[in-house]
Design a protein around this ligand. Structure first.
Ligand SMILES: Cc1ncc(COP(=O)(O)O)c(C=O)c1O
Length: 389
């Protein structure tokens, strides 16, 4: 059994999530439940491989090796049942960076790019900063906070000339693992209306029991789909800057490769490639155990708030380690609720940044003791925000 209970020594290490608590949230002692990374240590196999590489003391320019490509293809086959040619993989240093390049490479200024809100906020930022036109296809939620796609609205939007759709699968922040039927429908609609489907599947390995991720790579026609992913969420190696796109179409792939070459994008960080290869060839058991641990953390959150704040809705967590809490019953905006939580000693993400005021996002990828210490603080912040003066 791997150890997820020992906290990683992050405070004071330059960790974004920990070391901005004072300057950005006014409380250096607050427990951080915001940035989407984990607060236990990565698999020890990764640490060992990087130590061995460091001992060799060779840090010059490197290639993306065939064995790295085979490791990524093997992981995708074993975990996601998608047979790919290793040549389809276009490595990069970050999913958002590569998404930004894809939007710029495959669409023109002013073109319509569709996202499904509420969603991870850099999607909108990429569309706007590249001078494209943002089209929002809002997700629908039922009384139990189960989210689904509004397909009639989606079809209308796609028919209006959308050039590219960014899918978030599994979905951050609403925690949905889209079903095969839903993914196939999205792919069909994109194909019918000539929109390129770009599916961000960075959370694809973090799946709760009873759910199964279905990659858009198996649904779209080869000419019409790009899948983005990385080992960074699964194995908590975001700081090592290693990600990739899988592009089955030779024409699309060549176009993006030329685009990136022209911008002097090289093979990325050697340590990131090493970590990725080790993770994908030796750490499957760690990823499975992490999913079990996260499922128990999610159950604990439900139980805690079910007893203490039953009026608060919680979206069912099917995938990712990000829980979506409906704090609209307080009558306060999510900015105010977050401010109250900061004072009470917990930092969460404000739902408004994803497009839904009245919600907050709670990251549960931490040792259970940290979560247990934090939940009363989250509760106190919510209660205080709900008190009328
Ligand atoms: C859906 C999604 N895509 C991309 C990222 C960030 O990826 P990267 O650090 O590789 O740019 C995140 C991080 O939270 C995410 O949730």
């Amino acid at each position: 059994m791997y150890d997820f209970d020992t906290p990683a020594p992050r405070a004071g290490s330059g960790a974004l999530k920990w070391d901005l608590r004072g300057t950005s949230f006014g409380n250096p002692e607050a427990l951080p439940f915001w940035v989407a990374d984990s607060d236990y240590m990565s698999p020890p196999e990764i640490g060992r491989a990087i130590r061995e590489a460091a001992d060799r003391c060779v840090f010059g320019y490197n290639l993306v090796t065939d064995s790295w490509r085979r490791a990524v293809a093997g992981w995708i086959k074993n975990r996601h049942d998608w047979e790919i040619d290793p040549a389809w993989i276009v490595p990069s240093t970050g999913v958002v960076w590569e998404l930004d390049q894809i939007v710029r490479c495959f669409t023109d200024l002013g073109d319509k790019v569709l996202i499904q809100t509420p969603v991870y906020d850099p999607f909108a930022a990429v569309v706007k900063s590249s001078g494209r036109t943002l089209v929002e296809n809002r997700l629908i939620r039922d009384g139990g906070l189960h989210y689904s796609m509004d397909f009639s609205d989606l079809e209308r939007d796609l028919a209006s000339g959308v050039k590219l759709m960014v899918l978030c699968s599994p979905h951050n922040p609403v925690g949905r693992v889209w079903t095969e039927t839903e993914i196939r429908r999205v792919a069909e609609l994109c194909e019918k209306h000539g929109a390129l489907l770009v599916s961000d599947e960075i959370h694809w390995d973090i799946i709760m029991p009873g759910h199964r991720h279905f990659t858009a790579g198996r649904a779209g026609t080869a000419e019409n789909v790009i899948v983005l992913s990385a080992p960074s969420k699964t194995f908590n190696v975001a700081g090592l800057k290693c990600s990739y796109a899988v592009i089955p179409s030779p024409a699309l792939r060549r176009k993006l490769e030329c685009w990136m070459e022209a911008r002097h994008m090289d093979s990325g960080n050697n340590m990131g490639l090493i970590a990725c290869e080790v993770a994908y060839t030796r750490c499957a058991k760690w990823a499975d155990e992490q999913n079990e641990y996260l499922a128990q953390n999610a159950a604990l959150v439900r139980e805690y708030f079910g007893e203490r704040l039953p009026q608060m809705g919680i979206a069912p967590l099917q995938g990712t380690y990000l829980m979506w809490l409906d704090i609209s019953f307080t009558g306060a905006g999510s900015e105010q609720v977050c401010a109250m939580m900061n004072r009470a000693g917990a930092v969460l993400n404000d739902g408004a940044r994803y497009g839904d005021d009245g919600f907050v996002r709670l990251n549960i990828a931490c040792p259970r003791a940290q979560l247990l210490q934090g939940l009363p603080r989250v509760e106190e912040g919510i209660r205080r925000a709900g008190e009328k003066d």
